[in-house]
Write a new protein. Structure first.
Length: 441
């Protein structure tokens, strides 16, 4: 096996372990479309859910039942009525709706039991009538009034996987048909879940099939990677005919209500849950409410990971070799790009006197270069230099001159370097000198 292949596999394993440790003891709420429960790949999803549960992550499942409800209503000749994609549920139909909802939930429970997981179907929500909206009586279609968090938490602490059928009862014991999307989001917020996952039958969101505003991150292959709730709402408006817009609304609403991350996945692909959870790039689209990515000062614990990122660049002659001791000695000069606790890039701002500073040690994990990490680090160092009263930046480079020139640097000479740095210049390396005057920006 090639050395690069070994390194890539080791990096992936490290990333998995980092996330496994981070999420252990946390709660994931997973909404699974009815069609996914019927899909040939559902047994693989059940196996992955069992694996997550056994790894110490608390799992809560909300299976959708629309398809099954339609099938049961059709079998008994009952009408299907909708308003704004919300089912109008009559009192006469509630027994049929309950039968369908609990049937889907039971199928999920049975699949998990095959992996020796104790899953329980329960009534942990109190419902209320949706009522009459704009003249439309939704009859026995309801909304979530309250989640019985204490009882639900006890079940989780006992090692159970709770399953929520889309049925709730009011204080009088009357049953109501609930939106599984609303139910999943409300349960996630009530439990202070780390993540909400939506496994649907919709295709992964790509451009140009979807129109997106400029502030939404799109990967090189066109996959719509991540966005904040406001951007999700803007995409919904730009794509009024896309069925997947309802999933974006659900994800955005959950994040606004307090969930950090909501992930939209194509559940027809086996293994998507694990790929999404244990990789920063994932395989779906994520709506996030907090600082998913951040640039922060380097910590001592970051050094081993930074050395791993630098190693292939050193081997190619792009970077000068640095030791752990050198990094720790100049720790205060370094900044790192952190995504969910995993470092994927670094750069240093070494001051020389009061007026100049060197940009050095810039390294980005090649797997994440498409996220523009290098440019974000450079922007931060520019701002930091201005704050510190520095008027000139310089960089020594052998292979990346074009990248810096495109970002405001210009060719310089040895005479542009501070005397101290000029004395350290490596003639054999013959690096180009690039400079940037900050006071002329």
């Amino acid at each position: 096996m090639a050395q690069s292949d070994i390194r890539e596999q080791v990096d992936l394993i490290r990333e998995v372990f980092a996330y496994a440790d981070q999420f252990r003891g946390g709660t994931f709420v997973i909404k699974i479309s009815n069609q996914i429960v019927d899909h040939p790949d559902f047994p693989q999803h059940a196996r992955d859910l069992a694996l997550l549960h056994k790894s110490g992550i608390r799992i809560v499942i909300v299976p959708g039942a629309r398809k099954r409800i339609d099938e049961v209503l059709d079998r008994f000749g009952a009408d299907k009525r909708f308003k704004d994609d919300i089912r109008i549920s009559s009192g006469e139909d509630m027994d049929l709706i309950k039968m369908a909802a609990f049937d889907v939930a039971h199928r999920v429970m049975t699949a998990l039991s095959g992996h020796k997981i104790t899953a329980v179907i329960g009534n942990w929500v109190r419902a209320r009538s949706r009522g009459v909206i704009n003249g439309v009586d939704f009859e026995r279609t309801g909304s979530v009034d309250r989640v019985r968090v204490e009882a639900l938490t006890r079940s989780l602490e006992q090692g159970h996987v709770p399953i929520f059928p889309c049925i709730g009862h009011n204080e009088s014991g009357d049953p109501f048909n609930l939106s599984s999307d609303e139910l999943a989001g409300t349960v996630a917020v009530a439990l202070n879940a780390r993540k909400l996952f939506i496994l649907s039958t919709e295709d992964v969101m790509y451009t140009p099939e979807w129109e997106v505003p400029e502030n939404v991150e799109v990967l090189d292959d066109g996959r719509i990677f991540r966005m904040v709730p406001d951007a999700a709402e803007e995409i919904v408006k730009l794509n009024p005919d896309k069925p997947g817009r309802f999933l974006l609304r659900t994800a955005a609403a959950a994040c606004r209500a307090g969930i950090d991350r909501a992930h939209i996945l194509d559940g027809r692909q086996g293994g998507v849950l694990l790929k999404e959870i244990f990789s920063n790039l994932g395989v779906g689209t994520m709506v996030f409410a907090d600082a998913y990515e951040r640039i922060r000062p380097m910590e001592s614990s970051d050094v081993p990971g930074i050395l791993d990122i630098m190693r292939p660049l050193i081997a190619e002659g792009i970077l000068v070799e640095r030791t752990r001791e050198e990094l720790e000695r100049k720790q205060n000069d370094y900044w790192v790009y952190d995504m969910d606790g995993v470092v994927h890039g670094c750069a240093a701002l070494h001051p020389f006197g009061e007026s100049s500073a060197e940009i050095a040690g810039m390294a980005v994990d090649a797997r994440y270069a498409q996220l523009g990490i290098g440019a974000k680090l450079l922007d931060l160092l520019n701002e930091k230099a201005v704050e510190d009263g520095i008027s000139r930046l310089f960089v020594l480079t052998t292979r990346t001159a074009d990248w810096f020139l495109a970002r405001g640097f210009r060719d310089g000479s040895l005479s542009d370097l501070p005397a101290e740095r000029r004395e350290e210049y490596n003639e054999e390396r013959n690096s180009r000198v690039l400079v940037k005057n900050l006071d002329s920006n």
